[in-house]
Design a protein around this ligand. Sequence first.
Ligand code: ADP
Length: 264
Amino acid sequence: EVTCRYVNGIGAVAGGAVLVSFIDVTPMEQAGQMRRDFVANVSHELRTPLTAIMGFIETLRGPARNDPAAQDRFLGIMEQEAGRMNRLVGDLLSLNRVESEERVRPRGAVDLSGQIASTLNSLRPLAAEAGVELYFTGPETPVIVPGDEDQIRQVLTNLIENAIKYGGSGGEVRVTLSEAERDPAVRGPAARIQVSDKGAGIDAVHLPRLTERFYRADNHRSRQKGGTGLGLAIVKHIVTRHRGRMRVESTLGSGTTFTVILPK
Ligand code: ADP
């Protein structure tokens, strides 16, 4: 395992792997511009499927009026596009929820082992469809962290779903849970969750920007997979709110590992 840390930067390490730590240092003056970019991005992301849907409505009313086979195909595409809009709105609401200050709920105790097992269970159909085997390695005794169960669940879902969607060509996704007594990323005892795949990996130029809203390492592939481009932005927010740290390490051609450290 690589032990060096890179803060807001990237660096090559042995074996061609590249490791990046995500730490928020957005200066105030950038915030206004970021908000404007965000609104522009959301509008664009919503308008693309909407334009497609409107185009198909016109076709259904006109040229495809008496062609049941074409109608069926177009309705299928419209359904897909509506699904994309629905996911986008869902992700925007999640992002909003994790960002809003009022919603700091009293902290509960989250059983990470249990949450990982049940997340893997619910992602089994997606994995089977992609031909991916899922593995989980963890201590026999439960690992508990303070936190919001729904949010931790979302972190796990987003990371494992990405590993299946983008790293699935490697045939397996492994989730490892361990105690991190002295991880340099956080003070005191912590839990470490790693989600690894053996897929194509992510080019180093993309790594530092992966947690930006709407940033996609492979635009075409993300859209084809129905991605909203918000998944990792949500993950980073939740991890930060739990005073945790997140990093990614990837080697082109051999896979990607996302690591989340949560203080206990
Ligand atoms: P999306 O909704 O597009 O999946 P995310 O924020 O979850 O958005 O991820 C951002 C981008 O990071 C994805 O579009 C994809 O290009 C890349 N990515 C995320 N996880 C992996 C992975 N395990 N392997 C390869 N690429 C990944």
